[in-house]
Design a protein. Sequence first.
Length: 530
Amino acid sequence: MRSAIAIGLLLLGAVGPALGDDASVARCGRRKISAIARGCRDRLRAEARFLHDADAVAHAQRVEAIAGRLVTTWAQAETEAGDIRCATDTADGAAAAARLDAAVSATLTGLSGPTECRRALVRLWAPLCRVAIATERALLRGRSDAAAARAAAVTRLRGRIAARWPAPGCTGGITPDEAALAVLRLASGAAGDATTRGLRTVAAELGRAVGAAVEPDEVASDATYAAALAHDMGSLTAENAMKWGVVHPQPDQWAFGPADAVVALAETSGQRVRGHTLVWGAMQLPGYVDGAATAAELRNYMADHIAGLVSRYAGRIAQWDVVNEPLPGTLDPPTPDGLDDNVFRRLLGHGYVEEALRLARTADPAARLYVNENGIEVPGPRQDRFYQLVQDLLAAGAPLDGVGFQAHLGLIPPAQYPDGAVIEASLRRFADLGIEVELTELDVTLLFRPGDLPTRFAFQGDYYRAVVAACVAVPACRGVTTWGLSDQYTWLRSFFGVTDWPLPFGDAWERKPAYFGMRAALLQGLLAGG
């Protein structure tokens, strides 16, 4: 496994002189940050000028020239860096220019009021966008005071907006805080395309973990996969290796090899581990458990399984999904007590969830214990049933530390993508109970989404940004885990036998708009927190 990681790092240019060094990559990132910072300023100035003279032809020429300069500088930076990561760790130059253009246009579309007011606001935004983006340069230099310098710069930015408010000709409408957030959103999107800092590094600065679910054999056979995990992921989840049927197929037989590999992989790179899952009544149960005849027999199986698995990794696994999907499936009929009609409920009753939590706490008192569920991202009867379960567990004194929102979005119901504000409100609802929340199995299916693939990828990038931003906005949301990392390994292909593209990396390990959307959301959280 360690040799696979080393090979992958070489393939990505992360080690060795043949493909450059970290300093050259950082220089490349700083150059791109400077270029896109100027681009944002100039693009806003062009809009202010257009609001003044309404010369559409001249405006189009100015916009084209700004994009051209950005693309040219991008290409020069990549040529001079001598390291493939200068290109692979950032967005393509043309794509970055197009997204900046779209973001500026979208921001201005939301403005109302007299032309004089809008022009004054855009002119104010122009230099501030450059300043906000440029704060990423200090982080790329590795300056010890970089975070403090960014916070000070953002404080000055907000102060300049407030000092010049209201802008000439403005009466009501957008507030100073809304104006500051608008320019910070522009800046974070642009910086997310240009920086060479990985998701892992940016998330850690924000006090969050970004992770992925993995199959250890896939990682071992794909060196680029191993390198991408090491660079961008601060947390690993065992996708299947720790499920009961895999790790404990017979009462007296354990198969720890794949699970050990996941933990070892994480420890090699200093990553957090999420254990998944101890009790899941719906799938991947071995026959001896599903066929248990009495409550005493099943209770013994559960106690032995949880003690054996959790104690083996005590102190090495940070979080456990103790019970997975305790509610009926979204297409299953309801039950009187609201729990899935599985062998645990039938033999042990409603209290099996609490029993499992207490067994896990005994096996590893330090691990954070979660209950994980799907389809709870939106308000409604399903979320209410789960909320009641969590309330009951807390009232009973069960050792429940957090709730996992699986967030397989766009899948069931097909092509439905809850608004980021809706997901944020759902996270807050559970966080207000005094527990942690995480997005534990995030992917965004495009199977049912209309349009050509580039159009769907663009949508997916915006949506990943909105979903990750929802977590960032809730202090109790401690992390985001994608269910896989590259489209080629998604469970949606292997389980359903369909071609889908739900993850941040594409089939050739290219960073998709989804990746840059995630990074933009994290950077926006850092800027807004400044």
